[in-house]
Design a protein around this ligand. Structure first.
Ligand code: ADP
Ligand code: MG
Ligand code: MG
Length: 883
């Protein structure tokens, strides 16, 4: 097997640039070189090598040595420099690059190949002694941190002291001799901390860095990130070794990062930051404040330092040309890293840029309009889960705001929560159910778990491309970065701003769209759903096969669902209606009655209320199917609590409190979820389902008369295990329907069907379909009963189950396709065999989960039903599943 692929200088081993093999960075370096863009030559060691390295217990195959040597020779041939040559040394960078860009992987090592001898050669060939020694000290500092994993604080401290001793405030004031002296100190530091001298052999340096990249694949940081993002551990990372180019060779040199469109808003305008006379990550490290790329952005921000467009117009024009080429080539918005060495532009990276949901939507729709991609590709490009960000509220513009300070609008959305100062506390308090805002000077990859746990992120330092900003946008967390007005005292856990003090636990609000930071909680408003969102939904609906309904049980929820494009109600639970304060007493009377007569008296009081509930829902959903589930939960959920409530019910029912209490204790169940609930209630107390059926049909006729557009009730019997149960319940519903239609001299179409939420029902679906006119898979209960795990108690161990790979994902979030999924497939098949064309749907949380929706598409269900806010997500996911 070949493990090394070369690029640059007309050599292109990677061919089409397979990112699985070369990693994202390697594939695109290869790709850029292949289309003739200026890329420093280099080579990539494949992800397969990483996998093999772990399989072989951290060893390399014999052949790798020669392959790496030929890679170095390739770079030497093109640059005319020689690795380790004291007269004219070749320097390289060593970079990691997985298939998916992944924070947590080894940081890049720059200037590798410098030692006590080659630094002299670099000074001679560049004619710039200061530059050479600055590069050497950077190299020792980076290598010690990243490869040797020594305490980087010690090196930063030594630099600070050196500046202080010389009376400097900026790194740029350091002279060649100052750097020389610092290099000597750094080398002493390495010997002290590492017990060995800094490696002078350039090949040792190279292999040390290569092994560090492969080693970082199994670092804790990388593992956490993979877990949060569902990236498999087998993928491995590639290593990229590339000739150095220098952005730190004076005023005509620079380094920068850019996006071909605005990653926050999606606006079709170049966007980026750069720094003159700087190297590598200086731009994102927040050491110096970066300058704007374009004149327009600089003017808009009212900033003084010249933009690149103004300071280096020719190189900027060349760069802008490259942006165009890259967007056309990769057909997506690109995130680009570049360096200018003495006026010459070099491309160091390109990848599809991370973006906010808002930007993803705008860019996809714009690119389709521009003809760069098709409408279907636009549909495929937007992550349904990310739409969530757009569907959620933003700050109410009319609400008063106690603005403390303003930072950069790094990731949109608004969030309120309790201040926490470290990632672990964020995680802990989130688990306790608190909303928290993670407040840091700046974030680093060690903070990822805390950023995930937080509702929002606020940093005092860092630009729009800082770690906090990039990661927050990817996660969909609101973020305000670089809020320079904050002073954070981590030790005392105090945040000071504008003469005020805030402590851990105090509530603040951040607005990631404006950068504002506010004291207290600020109310929010609903999002705007027209424009690009509407356009994308139209395109999605064109390719979608699955219908999308909503789980809704109030007129308001139904209206939200309809506004979001729901094509019916897939689950209207009726029990919540029973909890209403005005009627709970009658409900309790019914439950606690010890005779049918007593129950009927109470049910008579409930009938008009329930009829009104359904009439309101049918009005909103006129013309659309509405699946109504008859009473499902164990009755004890409705029992009175405390003396006062018992007395109230006793009075209404004219019975004694003692008698009620006796009845209540009779209703006690050891395992209510498997107890007297669902259709078992209908079997023992048919009058309850009778009342509900009457309410449904009377309401349907009222609405038919009022609006002329008849609703289509689908009466759903819960927790059916046998055909006989459904037969008995259907007989009740049909009888009541016939009675109501006869009384009113009018009728509506309706169906009677069942939930499939018990394994027995799935197995006997063929038989049950003889009676049931539709099935709705109740995947919450079906998951509980199939796996035998209670959803309410699973929280304590499910994370471990996922961590240990027992389940790929939480089966209550995403359908367990292999187990529960097999039951669904089998029930669908058996149901259809009995009743061809039987209507099949899914309700339950899974109806809004894109992976579960893909499964429903594959199984050929007719519809999914999701909570109102997830309806657009489901529409988009259903469209993607159909593509
Ligand atoms: P990351 O994956 O964290 O972005 P990179 O491997 O892209 O890390 O390296 C970070 C930065 O280091 C680059 O953006 C670039 O500025 C600098 N860099 C990497 N390789 C080179 C090189 N060959 N010459 C000059 N600068 C480089
Ligand atoms: Mg990095
Ligand atoms: Mg990079």
């Amino acid at each position: 097997t070949r493990y090394v692929y070369r690029f640059g200088g007309g050599v292109d081993d990677g061919g089409k640039g397979d990112r699985n093999l070369l990693g994202g960075k390697g594939a695109n370096l290869d790709g850029m070189a292949a289309i003739g863009l200026p890329v420093p030559p280099g080579f990539t060691i494949t992800t397969e090598m990483c996998t093999r390295y772990y399989v072989d217990g951290g060893k390399y195959p014999e052949s790798l040595n020669a392959e790496v040597a030929s890679g170095i020779a390739h770079i030497e041939g093109i640059t005319g420099k020689t690795f380790g040559n004291p007269a004219d040394p070749l320097l390289v960078s060593v970079r990691s690059g997985a298939r998916a860009s992944m924070p947590g992987m080894m940081d890049t090592v720059l200037n590798l190949g410098l030692n006590d001898e080659t630094v002299v050669g670099l000074a001679a060939t560049s004619g710039d002694e200061r530059f050479a020694w600055d590069s050497y000290r950077r190299f020792i500092q980076m290598y010690s941190d990243v490869v040797l994993e020594l305490d980087h604080g010690a090196f930063e401290e030594a630099l600070e002291i050196a500046k202080e001793d010389n009376g400097y405030s900026l790194d740029t004031e350091m002279t060649a001799d100052d750097w020389k002296a610092l290099v000597a100190e750094y080398k002493a530091l390495v010997e002290k901390l590492w017990n060995k001298p800094f490696p002078q052999d350039v090949h040792d340096q190279l292999w040390g860095a290569i092994s560090a990249v492969f080693g970082s694949w199994q670092s804790e940081r990388a593992k956490v990130y993979r877990r949060l993002n569902n990236i498999p551990g087998e993928w491995g990372t590639a290593v990229n070794v590339q000739a150095m180019v220098f952005g730190n060779m004076g005023e005509t040199s620079a380094t920068g990062v850019a996006f071909t469109r605005d990653p926050a808003t999606g606006e079709n305008a170049y966007y980026g930051e750069y720094l003159i006379n700087a190297q590598g990550e200086d731009v994102v490290a927040g050491i110096r404040t970066p300058q704007y790329l374009t004149k327009a952005a600089r003017e808009r921000a009212g900033a003084k330092p010249l933009s690149m467009e103004e300071a280096m117009p020719e190189t900027y024009a060349e760069l802008a040309g490259v942006f165009q080429i890259l967007e056309t080539h990769y057909r997506d918005m690109q995130d680009i890293e570049f360096t200018v060495q003495q006026g010459k532009l070099w491309m160091l990276q390109t990848r599809s840029g991370k973006r906010t949901a808002k930007a993803a939507l705008k860019i996809a729709v714009d690119m389709a309009h521009e003809g760069l991609i098709t409408e279907e590709e636009a549909v495929a490009r937007v992550d349904p889960a990310a739409l969530d960000q757009l569907l959620h509220p933003t700050l109410d513009p009319k609400a008063p705001r106690d603005v403390l300070t303003k930072g950069l609008p790094a990731s949109p959305g608004a969030a309120s929560g309790a201040i926490v100062f470290d990632a672990d506390t964020a995680e802990r308090r989130n688990e306790l159910g608190d909303s928290v805002i993670l407040v840091r000077v700046e974030t680093s990859p060690e903070d990822i778990h805390g950023m995930h746990a937080a509702k929002g992120i606020l940093t005092a330092r860092g630009g729009m491309t800082s770690h906090a900003a990039v990661v927050a946008r990817g996660m969909g967390r609101p973020c305000v970065s670089g809020a320079g007005g904050l002073s954070i005292d981590n030790a005392a856990k105090v945040l000071r701003v504008g003469g005020r003090e805030f402590r851990e636990g105090d509530i603040i609000t951040i607005d990631g769209a404006t950068g504002e930071v506010m004291a207290g909680e600020v109310p929010t408003v609903q999002p705007e759903l027209a424009g690009d969102f509407g356009t994308l939904m139209i395109w999605a609906d064109k390719v979608r096969r699955l219908k999308v309904r909503a789980n809704a049980e109030t007129p308001l929820d139904c209206q939200t669902a309809r506004d979001f494009g729901a094509e019916g109600v897939g689950l209207c639970r009726t029990e919540h209606m029973f909890f209403d304060a005005a009627r709970i007493t009658a409900v309790r009377e019914m439950i606690l009655a010890d005779s049918e007569k007593g129950r009927r008296l109470a049910l008579d009081k409930l009938l008009p209320e329930q009829r009104d509930d359904f009439a309101q829902i049918f009005m909103v959903m006129a013309g659309l199917p509405v699946t109504i589930r008859l009473l499902d939960p164990p009755l004890h959920e409705f029992l009175p609590h405390g003396e006062a409530e018992f007395e109230e019910v006793a009075k209404a029912a004219s019975v004694s409190v003692d008698m009620l209490k006796r009845r209540a204790s009779e209703l006690h169940e050891f395992n209510p979820m498997l107890g007297h609930r669902g259709c078992r209630l209908g079997v023992t107390y048919p009058e309850i389902y009778e009342m509900q059926a009457r309410a449904i049909f009377e309401a349907a006729l009222i609405v038919k008369q009022r609006s002329g557009d008849a609703p289509i009730p689908e009466v759903m019997i819960p927790l059916v295990a046998t055909k006989k149960e459904l037969e008995l319940m259907k007989a009740i519903v049909d009888r009541v329907a016939a009675e109501v239609f006869a009384e009113q001299g009018a009728s509506v179409d309706y169906l009677v069907g069942t939930m499939i939420e018990l394994p027995r029902a799935a197995l006997k679906a063929g038989e049950i379909a003889e009676v049931g006119e539709f099935f709705s898979f109740g995947t919450n209960d079906l998951t509980q009963t199939t796996i035998g795990i209670s959803r309410d108690d699973a929280g304590r161990f499910l994370t471990q189950y996922v961590d240990k790979g027992i389940f790929a994902r939480d089966p209550f979030v995403s359908i367990d396709v292999e187990g529960v999924g097999e039951l669904i497939e089998l029930a669908a098949e058996r149901g259809r065999a009995t009743r061809p064309g039987i209507k099949l749907g899914i309700c339950g949380e899974h109806g809004g989960d894109p992976a579960s929706i893909a499964f429903c598409e594959k199984t050929g269900l007719d519809y999914v039903s999701a909570s109102p806010y997830r309806v657009p997500i489901a529409r988009l996911a259903a469209a993607q599943a159909a593509l």
